[in-house]
Design a binder for this molecule. Structure first.
Ligand code: GCO
Ligand code: MG
Length: 405
């Protein structure tokens, strides 16, 4: 089964998505997600100019060889642009293999380890009460785990909370230049512990609570936060600090038993090998789209399992439903799956473009049994929503110093 054609699409049904379609001479096609938020066109050009021409005529069944060819074979390993392209090709090839076999991808991975996938939803409020009211709504919908984010009093905008335009926090989609946001660690500390104290008081101990620090703290500040939050028993504290220096998580780890999660920006196992091997984290948040696809995530999951690290794939709105579908197959298979982030199934336009059978009920997601990834891409519908340049915000301390967004 030879690869005949590779097409790359960019559409913007509220935000940009890059989708790859691989067409074979057997009449079977597969799709993959290559969306890199704020740098979409770099991946498009990389795919069109440098990847697609090398793959025409190859056997679509050779997933592993093609992965190695695009990774080892290019000399310039790793990197977000490269790995998003590898990821999309890889997903599309798994989709094709599943369709050719007449089996959903999870069967090719080894079958189901569980019946359904536990999701965590987002409660993001303008203040603590608003966040807790939203948490209550989600609990009433059946969610067993909720991520709590609340606006920090005194800051113009807070990560994870509705912006001035009252759109979903990362569905900005149409910003021609990066907006800037102020950050103050002191103001954050004045709010954050209260948020979880009040949440436990109001909801008791059954619901899982999570929080994303979005890398705003230094390791010793993260250690302090982890310690302060221990009484409220978080499922995990996400991206407490940047871990470019993986050793720095030792500082956090030696002070607190609050479980730690990281990895949504990681491109390869090498970004987190030491974190995993030294048991400095509890959950790995790597995404199929940004870390080299199903082939790479499967390997990361197996490596992590040796060190009692669970998977908790990234599920932000800037990953397309194709990535969500890929995660569903990995999640239903991975023996060490932990939890999947979930921000809803998207708006109507999105649902018209990406069609799938994934069901969400009572905070649990049910994988599609259709062959392959079980998701289809409507090219014509997508062409109604052309690409719009847009950026993530940039963060600055109150004195103007650029900080981690
Ligand atoms: C999350 C992430 C997102 C990222 C976004 C950047 O935990 O869902 O932190 O909110 O900010 O994916 O593109
Ligand atoms: Mg995050």
């Amino acid at each position: 089964m030879k690869i005949k054609e590779i097409k790359v699409f960019v559409c913007n049904p509220g935000r940009n998505f890059v989708t790859v379609k691989i067409i074979t001479d057997a009449g079977i096609h597969g799709i993959g997600d290559a969306t890199l938020n704020g740098r979409e066109m770099a991946v498009v050009s990389y795919l069109e100019e440098h990847v697609a021409p090398c793959l025409i005529g190859r056997n679509a069944h050779d997933i592993e060889d093609i992965w190695q060819y695009l990774y080892k074979g290019v000399y310039w390993r790793k990197g977000p642009v490269n790995m998003a392209a590898v990821a999309a090709i890889d997903m599309a090839l798994w989709d094709i293999k599943g369709k050719a076999a007449g089996l959903p991808v999870y069967q090719l991975l080894g079958g189901k380890s569980r019946q359904a996938v536990t999701l965590y939803a987002h409660a993001s409020g303008e203040d603590i009460k608003d966040t807790l009211d939203k948490t209550e709504e989600l609990i009433n919908q059946g969610f067993k785990a909720v991520r709590l984010q609340s606006a920090v009093p005194g800051l113009n905008v807070t990560y994870g909370v509705l912006g001035d335009k009252k759109d979903y926090y990362e569905l900005q989609g149409n910003r021609p230049l990066p907006p800037e946001e102020a950050w103050s660690t002191q103001k954050y500390f004045n709010m954050i512990v209260d948020l979880f104290a009040q949440a436990r008081e109001r909801f008791g101990n059954d619901v899982h609570l999570l929080h994303d620090v979005h890398s705003r703290l230094t390791p010793i500040e993260s250690a302090r936060l982890g310690k302060l939050l221990e009484p409220y028993n978080l499922m995990f504290l996400e991206d407490a600090s940047i871990a470019e220096n993986q050793d720095s998580y030792k500082v956090i780890r030696q002070h607190t038993t609050t479980p730690l999660a990281i990895g949504e920006t990681y491109n390869t196992i090498w970004d987190c090998k030491d974190l995993i091997q030294n048991q400095l984290i509890d959950y790995l948040r790597a995404a199929a789209t940004h870390a080299g696809g199903i082939t790479a995530l499967r390997r990361m999951a197996d490596f992590a399992s040796i060190y009692n690290v669970k998977t908790a794939p990234h599920g932000a709105p800037d990953l397309s439903p194709v990535c969500f579908a890929a995660h569903m197959h990995l999640n239903i298979w991975a023996p060490n799956f932990g939890i999947q982030e979930f921000v809803g199934l998207g708006n109507e336009q999105l649902k018209q473009i990406f069609k799938h059978q994934i069901k969400v009920e009572q905070g649990m997601a049910y994988v599609s049994d259709a062959p392959g990834l079980g998701i289809e891409f409507d090219e014509e519908e997508a062409s109604k929503y052309p690409y719009k340049r847009s950026y993530l915000p940039v963060s600055r301390l109150e004195d103007g110093t650029v900080w981690n967004w």
